[in-house]
Design a protein around this ligand. Sequence first.
Ligand code: AMP
Length: 230
Amino acid sequence: MALRPLDIVLLGAPGSGKGTQSARIAPAFCLTHISTGEILRAAVAAGSALGVAARESMKTGELAPDGIVIRIIRERLSEPDTAAGFMLDGFPRTLDQAVALDEMLAEADRQLTLVLLIDVPDRELVQRLADRRTCSDCKRGYNLVFEPPKVPSVCDACGGELYQRDDDDEAIVRHRLEVYVRQTAPLSGYYRAKGILATVYGGGRNPDQVYGDIKQVLTAARRQGASQPA
Ligand code: AMP
């Protein structure tokens, strides 16, 4: 019997650790990691039409238009490296995006296996984003308190220079959290009603502890999938 692919969504507020956990989950479970935020940041840096269309919303902490991100995901999910399983990080962020995702997966005769919500209290999110740094080359994330680089401002993995994202400025962070509460948090109810939501608590815990819980949830989901026809 063929293994059902593990097709998952990582849900959580900005700063909840989606990027950090993705870097652990994707290689361990052989999933293709798709981050709309990373795709959009690369488009902005390249000055492409997509980047120009998304730049203003990103700068102010608003969401990019649904049509743009839905098109990105539709194209990305049609690529062969997603066939054996994918992990969406930062998509969907609105109900319309969630419905569009269901529709495009149904067209491909697939459906989400699981939606993993990383739950972190608001006060901790603001602090984490202030302490967050990212490698300008390999995009690895650091936290200056929990996971500092060995040499200040230098990426342990590739030697690239670490920077603070423009939208991690405190005023923009507060706005991004409001946008999350208003537009993205309701998705947990949408997926709970479908019976595919799993919540992992991430507050006051280091990334390894959170990953330990995630690993258990995903291992159980994969086992369950193995007992069903693909
Ligand atoms: P992230 O790296 O996931 O925090 O995303 C950074 C920014 O990219 C967000 O604040 C939005 O402006 C934009 N963005 C990323 N994903 C989406 C999405 N699914 N829908 C709309 N905007 C998005």
